[in-house]
Design a protein around this ligand. Structure first.
Ligand SMILES: [Zn+2]
Ligand SMILES: [Zn+2]
Ligand SMILES: [Zn+2]
Length: 442
């Protein structure tokens, strides 16, 4: 019997094993490994999947903190700024350096998913990733990126999807930019002895052990995080899941629809549709920031625009989910939700998706319990400006004392009020108000 133990080369020669393992490893580690022997090098460089998913978000060297001022009071940045250098060029420096190292190793062209969360990523760098031939990135993540001018980024995106763009462009299909970055894969800081500096200097044989230690550390952290289910907060009754993006984003998302998918979608509420609403009720395009859950409106159990059903509804209804997928670089993999329940026959269902912007939901959504009433079932009896001031809040309390809940229920107006002061009347407002009212009686 052959007692020779399986070598690392044998193991990684299986394309599936290398392709599946690589996303868990630091790219510097893979490059360092490829520098240890000729066979490994040719194997790694001829397996495109080895660099398909590259996560640089842990690279401290690609983060520039613009603030430090030294003891002499001289700005760290000013000292390093060449007069000929633009601000964006300065901040783009570290990432451009990394990209050029990867290009020299013939790895850059194989990257299809690139994670740059939390790094210093000026809009110019995003433009290069989208527009330059040396990149083939399909999924890009720049969540919580630093020195990223949003307006400039929007221009870059709008230009990339312009109607006169060359056929087959842009290669980028998915952009994570709105949500918070994923929890870091590693607890310990990046080991000093390995990484880019050692790559440039040439890898010493004694570093093998360090590379191995780093692999172990990173892969175990990555494995435990990848075993967790994707975060399907959009599919649950989560309420507000996203901070309101700046006002230019809805137009950019509209332009990119069907070309580049985002980790957020436009609200599909009927009031954004000129053909379905009165002109005085029309709301301009907005990004959906509230996840209402699969249950739908309290009255009809659905919504006028119809819940989005994954696999049936248009792709543009679905936000990219986090974390970005490790083993595929497609929009479908990035949007694929976790099935909600598995039936006895082995079939599983994906919950229907109902997302709205806050403008649509004003006066019809309880922010505490997330019950809501749709446009078809409920028309707000009270004007939207009602109850804004403290005086009006005080009046409400007095009304409560004098007339009881029937008054608030809207008997005078002929229609019962469902949501008052961002809380539903039937359960949340009562529990919020009773202690105050009790106090007043006492
Ligand atoms: Zn309804
Ligand atoms: Zn809306
Ligand atoms: Zn409520």
């Amino acid at each position: 019997m052959d007692s020779t133990p399986t070598s690392l080369l044998d193991l990684l020669s299986n394309n599936i094993i290398l392709g599946t393992t690589a996303p868990y490893l630091p790219v510097a580690g893979i490059l360092a490994l490829s520098a240890t022997c000729k066979d490994l090098r040719s194997l790694i460089l001829t397996t495109p999947d080895a660099f398909r998913h590259v996560d640089l978000s842990f690279k401290q060297s690609a983060i520039i903190d613009p603030s430090p001022i030294d003891s002499g009071g001289i700005s760290w940045r000013a000292e390093r700024m060449d007069e000929a250098l633009t601000e964006d060029d300065f901040y783009a420096g570290p990432l451009r350096g990394i990209f050029s190292t990867l290009q020299k190793q013939h790895a850059l062209v194989n990257i299809k998913t690139l994670i740059l969360d939390g790094l210093t990523v000026p809009a110019d760098v995003v433009r290069e990733i989208i527009a330059e031939d040396r990149f083939n990135v399909k999924i890009l993540s720049i969540r919580e990126a630093k020195q990223l001018n949003e307006r400039k980024l929007q221009q870059v995106l709008r230009y990339a999807v312009r109607p006169t763009r060359p056929e087959g462009t842009p290669k980028l299909r998915a952009l994570y930019v709105f949500g918070p970055r994923d929890a870091p894969l590693r607890a310990a800081p990046e080991p000093k002895a390995s990484g880019w500096s050692s790559l440039r200097a040439g890898v010493m044989s004694s570093e093998g052990a360090q590379i191995g230690a780093e692999w172990n550390q990173r892969s175990s952290a990555a494995l435990s995080s990848s075993l967790a289910q994707p975060d399907d907060k959009w599919y649950r009754t989560s309420g507000r899941v996203l901070r309101q993006p700046t006002s230019d984003w809805p137009g950019t998302l509209q332009d990119c629809q069907g070309i580049i998918a985002f980790d957020a979608v436009l609200c599909r509420g009927p009031k954004h549709d000129v053909t379905k609403t009165r002109s005085e009720d029309y709301l301009k395009p907005a990004i959906a920031t509230v996840a209402l859950g699969p249950k739908g409106c309290e009255c009809c159990g659905s919504c006028p625009e119809g819940a989005a059903i994954f696999g049936k509804s248009d792709d543009t209804c679905f936000p990219l989910l986090t974390p970005p997928p490790l083993h595929a670089s497609t929009v479908r993999a990035a949007q694929f939700p976790t099935p909600l329940s598995t039936h006895s026959d082995g079939m599983s269902t994906i919950p229907p998706l109902i997302l709205r912007c806050e403008d649509c939901l004003r006066g019809r959504w309880c922010e505490r319990c997330n019950k809501w009433w749709c446009e078809a079932c409920y028309e707000e009896p009270i004007s939207r400006d009602h109850l804004r001031t403290e005086m009006q809040q005080l009046e409400l309390r007095e009304d409560l004392q004098r007339h009881g809940w029937d008054y608030i229920e809207g008997e005078k107006r002929g229609r019962p009020v469902k949501v008052y002061s961002k809380l539903c009347i039937e359960s949340c407002l009562v529990s919020e108000m009773w202690p105050i009212v009790d106090g007043m009686w006492g």
